[in-house]
Ligand binder design. Structure first.
Ligand code: MN
Length: 140
């Protein structure tokens, strides 16, 4: 039985492979997307349990992707975890303001990555709620 479905929106193939490898080794099903529009489309098809979102993406910034996901009532309750190499003061706040639930820093630490994902998964709402009416603003 799968531990859950994780959508990874990330343009760098090495990071895609590392996240996929670590998550699949722990029983997760992983869907990979290379950019924002592809990722939003994949989210609507797969309804993942959690979305890992790179912030530095081509086509559409991760901030805009997070806002678009939040504005879709079917997707708004899925936790979004930003994955970014930004380490400047204020970046975390900006990521959270975009609607992300949390933040994982690059480079990904294989020793703590899956535990972090499991912690963020505890924040998701029950599936039946996810398909119902969402709270305005989508904050969680
Ligand atoms: Mn990137």
């Amino acid at each position: 039985m799968a531990a859950g479905t994780i959508l990874v929106i990330e343009d760098q193939i090495q990071n895609q492979y590392l996240m996929k490898y670590l998550l699949e080794a722990h029983g997760f099903r992983v869907v990979l997307s290379n950019d924002g529009p592809e990722g939003i489309h994949a989210a609507s098809i797969h309804i993942p349990d959690l979305i890992l979102l790179d912030i530095q993406l081509p086509v559409m910034s991760g901030h805009d992707v997070a806002k678009a996901l939040q504005s879709d009532s079917l997707l708004a309750s899925i936790p979004i975890v930003a994955v970014t190499s930004y380490a400047m003061p204020g970046d975390r706040e900006q990521v959270l303001a975009s609607g992300c639930t949390g933040y994982i820093e690059k480079p990904i630490n294989p020793a703590t990555f899956v535990d972090s994902i499991r912690d963020y998964l505890k924040l998701r709402k029950p599936t039946d709620e996810r398909r119902g009416i969402e709270t305005p603003g989508g904050c969680r």
